[in-house]
Design a binder for this molecule. Sequence first.
Ligand SMILES: NC(=O)c1ccc[n+]([C@@H]2O[C@H](COP(=O)([O-])OP(=O)(O)OC[C@H]3O[C@@H](n4cnc5c(N)ncnc54)[C@H](OP(=O)(O)O)[C@@H]3O)[C@@H](O)[C@H]2O)c1
Length: 256
Amino acid sequence: MLKRVVVTGASSGIGAASVRRFAELGWQTVAVARRADRLQALAAETGALPIACDVTVAAQVAALAAEVAATGGATALVNNAGGALGTDSVESSSNDDWRQMFEVNVLGLRSVTAAMLPVLRAGAAETGWASILNLTSTAGLSAYPGGGGYNAAKYAAHAVTEVLRLELAGEPIRVMELAPGLVHTEEFTLNRLRGDATAAAKPYADVIPLQAEDVARVLVAAFEQPPHVNQDLIVLRPVAQSSVFHTHRGPLTPKG
Ligand SMILES: NC(=O)c1ccc[n+]([C@@H]2O[C@H](COP(=O)([O-])OP(=O)(O)OC[C@H]3O[C@@H](n4cnc5c(N)ncnc54)[C@H](OP(=O)(O)O)[C@@H]3O)[C@@H](O)[C@H]2O)c1
C-alpha cells in the first residue's frame, strides 16, 4: 500500500516531529512550509521531499498539489501549518492579526485540502483508502480571555473538519482532527508574543507540557490504525493541564 503523506508546517515544531515519526515508521513524506532552508535540513535527515509553499498563496498551493501528484501521489495529508498572533482582547486586538490567523489556520487549510483532494482520491483509487488530519487546538474547543482571533480561527478549523467529514461521506477517505493543549515548541509562543522570549517562556515555566514528539507519536498512530477506523477528534493534553483554565505548576504528587 502506498504510504505517502504530505505534512504542512513541517519546518518546525509538531510538523517537523511528525515528518520524523512518519519516516521512522517507513512512510514516504513530503515536507511543506515557507522556509526552504529548514525543509532542506529535514529532508537530509529524513528523506522527505521538501516543497516550499505558502499555504495562503493559491498559485503556490496549486503548484504543491501538482508536484505531489507528479512525484508519486499521496494517500495522506496533515494540515498542520498554523499559529497564533497576539493575546489581545476582542476590544483591543487588530483585524490585521485576526486576518493573518484566518489566512493560515482556516483558509490555508481549506485551500490545501481542496487542491490535494484529487490527489488523495487518486491515491485511494490505487490503494483503497486515504486520510486527512487537521491539527486544530483545544483553543478550538474552549474559549479563553485573550484567545480572540486564535480561538475564532481554530473553532473555524474545527467546524471545517466536521463539514469535510460530512461532505466526504461515502468515500474511503477518513477525516481526523487532533486538538492539542499546551505543547512546548520553540516558535509557537515566541511568534504569538512577537519575539518576546521572556514572556514566551512563562506558559512553560514549572510545568510538564507536551513536546512536539508527543503530539507526533499520537498523530502518526492515528494514520497507522486500520484504514476503516476514523478517530474523529483526538484531544491531547499534558497530565498537568486538566482544562484550558487549569494548568498545574510544580511537581505532580499523589494525594495521601
Ligand atoms: N504549540 C502549541 O501549544 C499548540 C497547541 C495546539 C495546537 N497547535 C497548533 O499546531 C500547529 C503547529 O504548531 P507548532 O507548535 O508546531 O508551531 P510552530 O513551531 O510555530 O510551527 C508552525 C509551522 O507552520 C508553518 N507555517 C506558518 N505559516 C505558514 C504558511 N503561511 N504557509 C506554510 N507554512 C506555514 C511554519 O513554517 P514557515 O514559517 O517556515 O512557513 C511552521 O513550520 C499549528 O497549527 C498550531 O496552531 C499548537
